[in-house]
Design a protein around this ligand. Structure first.
Ligand SMILES: [Ca+2]
Length: 233
């Protein structure tokens, strides 16, 4: 099977499942306050398992254990086709429509490296959108008119970056780009390399400033003045 067709099938089936969940839960009883993202994720995880219990392609779906914030996936499933079993890791992203221009962390690159090393490839982001309403929240569509935006990490917009906390980041509105799996491995390692180089540059600059010693000398001078005032009391 052609890889691109295979990927399109996985995404379209995942999208259908997520849309079905949203239709069944248009206004979940979740307060649109600080923990809304985590609570929406829990709802979607649970419902994903239920919705795929007897699915043509998705088997043995699981939701992340309660409170396991370091779990590499929110939900996972096995995409099964012609005796081929593909593990899929799902990361749900609940976006408040009013904050559509943020750059959230989307996970450490170590996750995808582990997944590829174990013989799989597909970490998928599923974005849903919500707005506050009286007594809770409701799912809505984004500015493109989609209630669900879905893409594989492998197809992430090329503007993504790795930050110094070893987290990948991308603008929430950035559109995915189709690339091959190998192209993704290459771009991922370019980004990791660029990130380390930026950090070296920042550190070199800081070391240069320390070497010059002005800041430290100024602090010592200021401290002498302050201490002098105390000593003269
Ligand atoms: Ca998530």
């Amino acid at each position: 099977m052609e890889i691109q067709k295979y990927e399109e099938l996985i995404l379209s089936e995942l999208k259908k499942v997520t849309e079905a969940i949203l239709i069944k839960n248009p206004q979940p009883k979740i307060s649109a306050k600080s923990r809304a993202g985590a609570e929406i994720s829990s709802l979607l995880e649970e419902q994903f398992v239920i919705e795929t219990a007897n699915h043509q392609f998705f088997k043995n779906s699981a939701a992340s254990p309660d409170g396991a914030t370091k779990n590499p996936w929110d939900a996972m499933t096995h995409f099964s086709i012609k005796n081929h079993d593909e593990v899929i890791w799902i990361d749900f992203k609940a976006v408040k429509v009013s904050s559509a221009d943020s750059n959230p962390d989307i996970g450490t690159p170590d996750k995808i490296i582990d997944l590829i090393n174990s013989g799989y490839f597909y970490l998928v982001y599923i974005f849903v959108y919500y707005e506050e309403m009286k007594g809770g929240l409701q799912f809505v569509s984004n500015s493109d008119g989609d209630t669900v935006k879905i893409y594989f990490l492998k197809d992430i917009n090329h503007t993504f970056r790795r930050n110094p906390k070893n987290q990948l980041q991308v603008n929430i509105s950035a559109k995915p780009e189709i690339r091959t799996r190998e192209e993704f491995i290459n771009i991922l390692f370019n980004k990791i390399e660029q990130s380390h180089k930026r950090q070296i540059e920042i550190s070199n600059k800081a070391l240069g400033a320390i070497e010059k010693g002005d800041v430290k000398a100024k602090l010592i001078e200021m401290n002498n003045v302050s201490e002098g005032k105390i000593k003269n009391l």
